[in-house]
Design a protein around this ligand. Sequence first.
Ligand SMILES: *Cc1c(COP(=O)(O)O)cnc(C)c1O
Length: 414
Amino acid sequence: MNAFAYRDGVLQAELVSLIDIAARFGTPCWVYSRAALETALDEFQQELRGFDALVCYAVKANSNLAVLDVFARRGAGFDIVSGGELQRVLAAGANPRQIVFSGVGKTAAEMELALRIGILCFNVESAAELERLDRIAGQLGKIAPISLRVNPDVDAGTHPYISTGLKENKFGVAYDEALALYRQAASLANLQVTGIDCHIGSQLLDPAPFSEALDKVLLLVDQLAADGIALRHIDLGGGLGIRYRDEEVPTVKAYLRPMLDKLKERQLQVLLEPGRRLVGNAGLLLTRVEYLKPGEVRNFAIVDAAMNDLARPALYGSWHDIVAVVPRQTTSSTWEIVGPVCESGDFLGRGRELALAAGDLLAILSAGAYSMAMSSNYNSRPRAPEVMVDGGAVHLVRRRETVAELYALEQRLP
Ligand SMILES: *Cc1c(COP(=O)(O)O)cnc(C)c1O
């Protein structure tokens, strides 16, 4: 579904004009569509019908409470990577028994919090982490449910910064060491081995590596069963890509079917941890052109959003489509869409064909995932507000920060 479409020459979010949103909340402003979020989750849940399955939304992609709330209401679980995310999902109404905890650096305090709350599973990434978790569970008189994140050593063919399933990455335990580590886990008194997980990378556009990883993981599941370690669940991670530009994106069905076919005959609960695919195309960043600065070599359109808001173009060279909220019929030129931050890397889009005038509103699309979540206050820029559109209604789900809030925790010398 496309939640963002033109009506009478004006870009809308569901039934609401983005001109109205800009007038009411100012720019820059993040705009999410509730219907788009729900549709994205439904695609997974429908495909999983008939399976004992749980979609655990990867919170780090977009952790706004309203986004989490939309998913919690529809029965999703959550994949978290910090104590902060744990407290967030609880504040959003998550069921503790539907939370899995990933990440290579869980602290003792984070483990303790998750043990007290009683989460579904710790996705453990190293031998040292196993030992720490066993010790802390023992101190609390709890049994920690665990899964080992196995690194299947498949090349997901994505950007090196977001590829996680290769031997050289910091994530997971090496495939060849997994059996020994499972035996160790099974021998520790305060752990209960319940599952196995993998996550091979992000923005993947080819379903084949997922299937390849699953084959390797299933081989381990069988070896473990032969060893007397019976697993209850298999967690296939996230990573399914979205369309940013003109990528051929697999349907959720094309991604899941081959894997589900392999899991049909098994008595394993299936967990998935999609992040980007659930939120990426459900959000945009609304911004206004402050100045046009045509030049001999390049034309710059300076907008009021910047790399501190949307870091992906500066960080990964990512492409986001940029469109005018009210397209002009005049001749277009090629523009560098840049922000006011004092870095040459502060661009949101390069070489864009647009007909622009100062004051125009632009929408930077596919900005629901790893966008606001990665924003900063660089250059003492308050974070932009987030609004969620629901049909004809607009809810402010995070207000704009004030400058005073930016230095509220700081002090001058005595
Ligand atoms: C980031 C992450 C995800 C989500 O990845 P997407 O590409 O956004 O789907 C899932 N699981 C783990 C362990 C992650 O680190």
